[in-house]
Design a protein around this ligand. Structure first.
Ligand code: NAP
Length: 551
């Protein structure tokens, strides 16, 4: 158990999820006096909170697990190709217990403020339990999607039955039998929930504002024999992940979209549609991401798959996105999602035609109908990436507020540091490689980089590291330029900082949240910076004792 009476640490990690767990492992191995603070009652981050039915990876499980320990890789048996939330949380607990990491962790402590003390080169953290802690380094492991957002609907407090965001799905089992359930939203989360509960509820009403392109996950069990084979290939698997833009095993098809015939393109798509995981997105032709015509052709092909699977043609048409092409938003993978709409107890309500007006005591009211429900589920997404930062009053040099600095969108150095916020490191920050890749692959790289910087400073007696304004400007401009190359820049999704429920994040203002250059380029760049004595970072040595005495 962490000692709650201790008030100063060399490093404090905020967040005990996938990133925080690995960060504390690296610090603990170096003997750094460090602790982890998390607002939750226990570790796990995303996998602690998201307990909704159907929550699971859409990264192949064995590419999502940590790669840092051969022993761990040998011991853990992933039971499914795309493992579910309970197993994922067990895994993270297993890792924490195996490496004795729990003793560094403190729960139920939300960091409310982090202020940089320029005179002492220390961060001062105000914690929700009333304590003030200081540390030289603060490592932000806040998660990309850890600030859930609700619609701004009137009457939400009036509803008499249970209602919750999927992120806050209750820990105790929710009895859905015979219940009239509403799901608001049709993003990746809703698509998992809807498919999973359609046959367990009395009735299910889905309120859809915009459909999402979605394709089969093609999940399945991993037998002992297959797991043994995976174990024997781990080096190869992680090497493949490191080679690909998305950090997955799926490599883009190197043939030009227009170099092959329509028949050959369809042969690829037919194969990928039946294969597990993101292959259909990431092992597709690269033009899908950049060329409107190529994207439109493929989108039309996927639309036909939806038409084949949904019996009612009117419903099928409603489930086909019109405002964006395939893959320009984060693609949700599904298991029986479209077939759910073939059930008599499932209804799709198009709230782009008949908008939601209010929540009532007994249900929901749209512009033309009143609905009665027993349970309302808000699958309405997150104030992505910067939302978790915005909820902490972070102040750097000169008392400058990070929330204000990022009001129109983030600017960072490599997605890892922020000018004017010395000694604050982000393994999963905006504009980092972690934000746009198979998360743990990106996280391991970023945590290793942050740890490397920490060691570099320790070895030289540096007490302060601040990214220069120029380095930050160059990186942010580079990130912006990358957006110009991809169709994703046009999408209304968390990749562009869109969230209709967060003031200022509504449609129309793009935020440069992710690095679109791909994992290999990103890793090369951050390693180059490290090799060049962290060019772009200004270091301050510890003041000699005489000058300290003179202060
Ligand atoms: P999301 O993709 O942002 O989807 C939110 C949904 O709620 C959208 O359909 C949105 O409609 C709707 N919505 C939001 N506010 C609304 C309002 N006021 N009225 C009506 N509808 C509203 O959020 P998410 O589904 O939670 O997914 C977020 C991300 O989490 C994913 O992109 C993915 O990265 C991650 N995720 C991963 C997994 C996995 O690994 N398997 C699973 C789930 C989620 P509009 O589109 O019209 O705004």
């Amino acid at each position: 158990m962490a000692n709650k009476a201790q008030t100063h640490y060399e490093a404090i990690v905020i967040g005990a999820g996938v990133g925080g767990i690995y960060q504390i492992k690296r610090l603990a191995d170096l003997g750094v006096d460090a602790t982890v603070l998390d607002a939750a009652p226990d570790l796990g981050g995303t996998w602690y909170w998201n307990r909704y039915p159907g929550a699971r990876f859409d990264s192949e499980s064995y590419t999502y697990g940590y790669s840092f320990s051969k022993e761990l890789l040998e011991e853990w048996h992933w039971k499914e190709r795309f493992s579910g939330q309970p197993e994922n949380l067990r895994y993270l607990n297993y890792v924490a217990d195996k490496f004795g990491l729990r003793r560094y962790m403190q729960f139920d402590c939300r960091v409310e403020a982090a202020h940089f003390d320029e005179a002492r080169n220390l961060w001062q953290l105000r914690v929700s339990d009333g304590r003030t802690l200081t540390c030289r380094f603060v490592m932000m492991a806040l998660g990309l999607l850890s600030t859930p957002t609700y619609p701004r609907l009137s009457g939400m407090e009036k509803f008499k039955g249970p209602s919750f965001h999927t992120f806050h799905w209750p820990h105790e089992p929710v009895d859905l039998t015979g219940k009239r359930v509403a799901v608001i939203g049709t993003g990746a989360t809703a698509i998992q929930v809807i498919a999973e509960i359609a046959d367990k509820v009395g009735s299910l009403t889905v309120f859809q504002r915009r459909p999402n392109w979605s394709v089969p996950l093609n999940n399945g069990p991993i037998s002992k024999e297959e797991m043994a084979d995976i174990r024997s290939r781990y080096d190869e698997i992680f090497a493949a992940c490191a080679r690909t833009p998305g950090g997955f095993e799926h490599e883009p098809d190197r043939r030009g979209f227009y170099e092959v015939s329509r028949e050959e393109r369809e042969a690829l798509w037919n194969r990928l549609y039946k294969e597990p995981g993101f292959g259909i997105w990431l092992a597709n032709f690269r033009e899908i991401f950049m060329d409107e015509a190529a994207n439109a052709e493929f989108s039309a092909w996927v639309a036909d798959r939806i038409r084949e699977r949904v019996k009612d043609p009117k419903v099928a048409e409603k489930l086909i996105p019109r405002d964006h092409g395939f893959g320009v938003q984060r693609v949700p993978l599904e298991s029986g999602y479209f077939e759910a709409y073939n059930r008599d107890n499932v209804e799709l309500v198009d709230i782009s035609e008949t908008p939601l007006r209010e929540v009532t005591e007994t249900g929901l009211r749209t512009s033309d109908r009143e609905f009665a429900f027993d349970i309302i589920v808000y699958a309405t997404g997150f104030d992505a990436i910067t939302g978790a930062f915005d909820h902490i009053d972070i102040r750097g040099t000169g008392g400058q507020s990070l929330r204000e600095k990022w009001a129109d969108g983030p600017s960072t150095f490599l997605g890892l540091m922020i000018h004017g916020f010395p000694n604050l490191l982000m393994a999963g920050g905006p504009q980092s490689g972690s934000a746009s890749t198979n998360y743990p692959r990106g996280i391991e790289t970023a945590v290793d980089w942050c740890t490397g910087l920490f060691q570099y400073m320790r070895a030289r007696g540096y007490v302060r590291a601040d990214a220069t304004a120029e380095a930050e400007h160059r990186w942010t401009e580079h990130v912006k330029r990358m957006y110009q190359m991809v169709l994703m820049r046009k999408a209304k999704s968390w990749f562009t900082g869109y969230n209709s429920n967060v003031p200022g994040h509504e449609e129309g203002s793009i935020r440069y949240f992710v690095y679109n250059g791909g994992a290999p380029k990103y890793v090369t760049r951050i390693n180059e910076v490290a090799a060049m004595d962290y060019a772009g970072i200004a270091f301050t040595p510890e003041a000699p004792p005489s000058s300290q005495a003179a202060e």
